[in-house]
Design a protein around this ligand. Structure first.
Ligand code: GLA
Length: 458
């Protein structure tokens, strides 16, 4: 488990994508790359919006990734180019402090998050100059974790260029922490699976301490990703952080209600641990403690016996200062329920019976309903797409990733895969020219892929 990311020798000429990337690098920088790094995106099968509450999640890496060609330069600058012309070149001298602008989540800031994470970890006063060409195949703003893959790819290449060494677990933790410089208070699932994934298996990711356990998915079913084509950039809106904050406030209020000291408790899982309660007992407690109506700031302050200023500085994040109403009952209910579904999903996979596929499908459907109704992180297009997927033959279908747009993941019996794809194409993509144009990269079967690695030319 404490192993480092693999270093793989690769014949560039036999890989079209690497060959093109190498040529682009040579044309741009007039030299050959020294090495390459890649980090995959992910699809979360179950366990949505619970990683930042301390609960385990169950993702797998997808084949789509961020790939970078790198050389160490003597100019003392970090210079970046993206193969997608939509993303502009960027350059910064290594002598300057790395600054990440939260107000303006441009692509290169995600790259810089990875750089900054490694720099801080090792206290590197002067980073090695790096020239990089970045190439991504993960559709952006689609809930498949393109931004975290970029952070992980950049963390890994910065480590390599500066002759440092770290385990996959340490890299995952550093990248999860450093991505928060962009302003979203992510929970660590995306960076963990990007480093810890292994081909052929999904993973149960547990936190504190971070570890990944294989989850053998049932034979006889495939997982299909479909993008609803509504873009969601979680750094550009406050939806995500509002949920993080609601969970934090719910934690304090539950603790308070049960006579625990709320100071020091920030995650819903910590309340469960302190109370030595089961998830089922936590669900009952949520119903007892919270009313279903939204909570005002005043009510929260009164219950917690804190001032408005304390609420704003200690509990709200920079981009949630404007929020006036908080739904605590619904959010806590989702979190404890979803945490229980992850455990059940894993044990159903482990038990492997004739009913496995049906039972997993049911859990995925419950998860979507909870995300839609209690956590309110879906959107009408995503709900419509999930309905279409179920009608097209999926046994389970749900939104994946942060939500409010992006992708659904469906579990489909293998023998129905072809007819499923056709039915979803006909019902969701073909009728709309914009969606039809995006279909190729929006609807595909996926298999558990490998984690991040360093690639060296043979
Ligand atoms: C984003 C975050 C993750 C996780 C998911 C929702 O992908 O980066 O940490 O919270 O949303 O499950």
């Amino acid at each position: 488990m404490a192993s480092n990311p693999p270093k793989l020798k690769i014949e560039i000429t036999s890989n079209e994508r690497l060959k093109t990337l190498k040529e682009k690098f040579e044309a741009r920088f007039g030299e050959s790359p020294l090495f390459y790094t890649c980090a995959p995106g992910r699809v979360n099968l179950i366990g949505e919006h619970i990683d930042y509450c301390g609960y385990s999640v169950l993702p797998m890496a997808i084949e789509q990734n961020i790939l970078a060609a790198v050389s160490v330069n003597s100019l003392g600058t970090i210079q970046l180019t993206n193969t997608n012309p939509q993303y502009q070149d960027f350059k910064v001298p290594c002598s300057e402090e790395i600054v990440i602008d939260r107000e303006d989540p441009k692509w290169h800031y995600y790259f810089l998050c990875g750089v900054k994470g490694i720099q801080e970890k090792f206290g590197i006063a002067r980073l090695a100059g790096m020239s990089c060409v970045v190439d991504g195949t993960i559709p952006p703003s689609s809930g498949l974790s393109s931004s975290s893959a970029l952070v992980c790819c950049s963390g890994l290449l910065t480590m390599e260029a500066n002759h440092k060494s770290l385990s996959k677990v340490a890299l995952a933790e550093i990248c999860a922490k450093s991505e928060r410089y962009i302003g979203t208070e992510g929970g660590g699932m995306d960076q963990s699976i990007s480093f810890l994934a292994e081909k052929g298996t999904a993973k149960l990711i547990e936190f504190q301490p971070l570890r990944a356990t294989d989850v053998k998915l049932p034979e006889g079913a495939v997982f299909v990703i479909s993008n609803c084509c509504v873009e969601m950039n979680k750094a550009a809106s406050s939806h995500y952080n509002i949920r993080v904050v609601e969970c934090r406030i719910a934690t304090k209020m539950l603790a308070q209600a049960r006579g625990l000291d709320p100071r020091g408790l920030l995650k819903l899982s910590q309340v469960q641990t302190e109370l030595k309660a089961s998830l089922e007992e936590m669900l009952v407690l949520v119903d007892e403690v919270f009313h279903p109506e939204s909570y005002s700031r005043e009510e929260i302050c009164k219950v917690l016996d804190i001032t408005l200023e304390q609420l704003c500085t200690e509990l709200l994040s920079a981009n949630t200062q404007h929020v006036m109403q908080f739904k605590l009952h619904q959010r806590a209910k989702h979190v404890y329920g979803e945490a229980a579904r992850v455990i059940r999903f894993k044990s159903v996979c482990d038990a492997g019976s004739a009913e496995t596929i049906t039972m997993l499908g049911e859990l995925m459907n419950q998860s979507h309903a909870s995300c839609r109704d209690l956590y309110e992180c879906s959107c009408p297009e995503l709900d419509q797409l999930v309905d279409i997927c179920l009608k097209a033959g999926a046994v389970g279908s749900r939104l994946t990733g942060a939500g409010w747009g992006g992708c659904a993941v469906s579990m489909v019996p293998s023998e129905k895969a072809e007819s499923f794809l056709q039915a979803v194409r006909d019902a969701y993509y073909s009728p709309d020219p914009r969606r039809a144009a995006m279909e190729k990269q929006s609807l595909f079967v996926t298999k558990p892929g490998s984690g991040a690695s360093v690639l060296l030319e043979e």
